[in-house]
Design a protein around this ligand. Structure first.
Ligand code: ZN
Length: 159
């Protein structure tokens, strides 16, 4: 058995009049992420981490934002599709570790639901999904509440 690691990163601007979708669920807030799809930074960074670990390119290649099919798309669909690509190549998702960087609101109370949504999309037990949240200490665009970002590291095993 061999082990592979993948890293993913994503950032979206925050604006009024948009829903804040993080980790597959809607978090009540006065602003939301701007993007062609639902702007879910966790789902997008996770997708890139999985594709990277499997050597299968990146999210832009598989779900181009020039394609009207993905306008307003629920990003959990990207994860479901990516999981099938990995499964076809007999990769097993061993662990997912996520850092979300956001000034407000507090995400901790929403983690149980996010873990459930992500685990379901990836067809793994919730114990394999770990989430952490940080602020940016008031620094830069994220710190001013103008953007949300996420880093994800995944571990895959291959036969
Ligand atoms: Zn994104």
């Amino acid at each position: 058995m061999s082990v592979r690691c993948g890293i993913g990163y994503d950032l979206h601007r925050l604006a009024e009049g948009r829903k804040l979708i993080v980790g597959g669920i809607e978090v009540p807030f006065e602003k939301g992420s701007v993007g062609h799809s639902d702007g879910d930074v966790v789902a997008h960074a996770l997708c890139d981490a999985l594709l990277g670990a499997a050597g299968l390119g990146d999210i832009g290649m598989h779900f181009p934002d020039s394609d009207p099919k993905w306008k307003g798309a629920n990003s959990l669909l990207f994860l479901e599709h990516t999981e099938r690509l990995l499964d076809d190549k007999h990769f097993v998702i061993e662990y997912v570790d996520v850092v979300v960087i956001l000034e407000r609101p507090k995400l901790g109370p929403h983690f149980p639901k996010m873990r459930e949504a992500l685990a379901k999309a990836l067809r793994v037990p919730v114990e394999k999904i770990h989430l952490k949240a940080k602020t940016n200490e008031g620094v830069d665009a994220v710190g001013r509440g103008e953007a949300i970002a996420a880093y994800v590291v995944v571990t895959l095993s291959a036969p």
